[in-house]
Unconditional design. Structure first.
Length: 484
């Protein structure tokens, strides 16, 4: 919802991807071309000429978004394509694509697909590009999010605004007159975030304009998240300013969608890139982030049962999966990865019962918005009850990994981590046990290594040896803490 949205509104342009050996996957012979935006521009134009001969489409720009590469199996790539037709109408379309090894899934992906889909307009919901061994899925076609098309229909959105005027702060006789929509983030089959700007007529006043975000889910979990957001925003922590969360406006039951107020800020990582991560310890942000997290952890939601956070068994299962997938990229690291997993398994059984707290469930840099010196927390999809050090450690991992992803020196990051941990400890009654913290951090770092590899992130891939060292360092912290 606005969650994932404001943070994307100010997101820096996607980094150019290194042409690594993985982009030359012999089972995906067209992969290197598919990851070259300059090559894809004329290629897509020729493909559109064949698919839509009456439109005269001219491709002006191709942006490559998320990439998910499984060596020897498949690669999923998101394209944001900007083009014009012969009448000079501008189109900005998202295409989710899938390249399978030797194109084996092309027929299956096309079979049984509709020729038209709400919200797709003249674009085919599914297209096959044989020369690229690629299937293209046009947004908003999604079998698991079948209602997305409604959220792109202006008149339908106006009616929903009028039905939820109180949530926007308008009187009951107001009327929505204008709606503009911008695509923000899309995870096929799971989530979609849109940004709306509306103009509402209220009595004799000038048109009132508001911005809000919409997040659509693949199931009714959206209502659970909406109810949690209501409780969190009504908490003492939000009232007294220790915690800031964009407030929910409404839940649209029929389309599994939450509407949430915009929070006028930008992605925290973008702010720190301007200020310089080397200067992070000179700010009061480490303490503010710790206070925010401690405040969330101490919110008690008594009237709504929270889901249980991930168990040690589930966390270890993810770690095993990440290690196995990393080994696909680095077969020579298989023994070392297996040894790391063994150490993690051996130490998991030694943990004593932990305190239970209200968890964010995905507490990392990407979930923070910034406005001047103010911070807000977003994306509560994984909110649960469980070990508070799970959240504490995920943020430590997201800071520590900047050594790999952004080539930030260790000293300012380590200082920031220590200040964050010390401040958090001052806010809570339970101990921040270094052994358990290190166990979680090492696991989160494995996940980050895996993510960098499958997304072909240029800097992270170039610094991957340092990423392995970083994970091993936290393993060592865990082992030493156990001895002490």
């Amino acid at each position: 919802m606005h969650d994932l949205e404001s943070k994307n509104a100010a997101r820096p342009k996607a980094k150019r991807r290194r042409k690594t050996k993985w982009a030359e996957d012999r089972h995906l012979p067209q992969l290197a071309r598919a990851l070259d935006a300059a090559w894809m521009k004329p290629a897509l134009q020729e493909f559109f000429r064949r698919e839509y001969p009456d439109r005269g489409l001219q491709v002006e720009r191709v942006n490559i978004g998320k990439v998910y590469h499984k060596p020897g199996k498949d690669c999923r790539i998101t394209y944001d394509v900007h083009c014009r037709d012969r009448e000079n109408k501008i189109y900005s379309m998202w295409f989710q694509t899938k390249m399978s090894a030797n194109g084996k899934d092309r027929a299956g992906d096309r079979e049984g697909m509709p020729r038209a889909w709400p919200g797709c307009g003249f674009w085919k919901p599914v297209s096959v590009w044989p020369e690229m061994d690629m299937v293209l899925f046009t947004f908003p076609y999604d079998r698991k999010l079948p209602h997305l098309g409604y959220l792109l229909e202006t008149e339908w959105v106006k009616r929903q605004v009028d039905a939820n005027l109180a949530g926007f702060g308008f009187a009951g006789n107001a009327e929505c007159r204008e709606v503009t929509c911008k695509k923000v983030k899309y995870m096929p089959g799971k989530r979609c975030v849109l940004r709306y700007e509306i103009a509402v007529a209220e009595a004799a006043r000038e048109l009132q304009r508001k911005v809000f975000f919409s997040k659509t889910y693949d199931d009714a979990q959206s209502r659970y998240v909406h109810q949690i957001l209501q409780r969190v925003c009504a908490s003492a922590a939000c009232r007294d300013g220790r915690l800031s969360v964009p407030a929910p406006i409404a839940h649209l039951d029929a389309v599994n969608t939450i509407w949430q107020h915009a929070w006028d800020g930008e992605n925290f990582d973008a702010v720190m890139q301007r200020l310089g991560w080397n200067n992070f310890p000179q700010t009061d942000f480490p303490e503010k982030i710790a206070v925010m997290l401690a405040a969330l952890h101490q919110i008690v939601i008594a009237d709504l049962p929270l889901r249980r956070g991930p168990s040690a068994e589930a966390i270890l299962a993810n770690a095993r999966g990440d290690a196995n997938d990393i080994a696909r990229f680095f077969p020579d690291k298989l023994d070392a990865l297996n040894e790391i997993v063994k150490v993690l398994e051996a130490n998991a059984a030694l943990f004593e019962p932990t305190p239970q707290a209200t968890l964010h469930g995905s507490f990392k840099l990407a979930q923070l918005l910034c406005r001047g010196t103010q911070l807000a927390l977003i994306d509560f999809d994984s909110i649960a009850v469980g070990d508070p050090l799970y959240d504490v450690a995920e943020f430590v991992a997201s800071l520590a990994y900047l050594r790999v992803s952004d080539e930030i020196p260790a000293a300012p990051l380590n200082e920031s981590i220590e200040r964050y941990l010390a401040s958090y400890q001052q806010q809570v009654a339970w101990p921040v046990e270094r052994r358990r913290l290190a166990w979680y951090v090492a696991i989160f770092l494995l996940g980050k290594i895996h993510s960098s590899l499958k997304r072909l992130e240029e800097k992270s891939v170039a610094n991957i040896a340092g990423a392995f060292d970083l994970a091993q360092n936290w393993i060592n912290v865990m082992v030493v803490s156990k001895v002490l």
